[in-house]
Design a protein around this ligand. Structure first.
Ligand code: SAM
Length: 99
């Protein structure tokens, strides 16, 4: 399986490239992927969407790069609205419950 990974943080990309030498990795924004329209068959956003101020932009970008009948999986630590309510850019360690 061929995999392409992106993250804004170069340190994350460095670790990913070490762990998966056959992968392709880019320092890039999830809302502006360095990929052509319809060029991938699968999309996975691991614990990313909750960290974005406008997660819907990343979802739109996922739709752009996915081929017809492509599949997406966005595993998240907590519902995005809960994460926003927490008031932190990274609610991973302390997910909140809605009031
Ligand atoms: C909770 S970490 C998850 C990291 C990794 N995906 C994992 O599953 O271990 C959230 C990551 O989102 C990245 N990030 C934040 N905003 C981003 C953006 N606009 N585009 C790409 N990555 C972003 C951060 O650099 C951080 O590495």
């Amino acid at each position: 399986m061929w995999a392409i990974g992106v993250d804004l943080d170069p340190a994350m990309i460095e670790v990913a490239a070490e762990r998966w030498p056959t992968g392709e990795f880019h320092v890039a924004d999830a809302t502006a992927l360095p990929l052509d329209d319809g060029s991938v068959t699968g999309y996975r956003a691991d614990k990313i969407l909750h960290a974005l101020p406008e997660p819907e932009r990343a979802v739109t970008e996922a739709r752009r790069v996915l081929a017809k009948n492509g599949r997406a999986a966005p595993p998240e630590p907590a519902p995005i609205e809960d994460a926003r309510g927490h008031g932190s850019p990274s609610p991973w360690w302390t997910p909140t419950k809605p009031e």
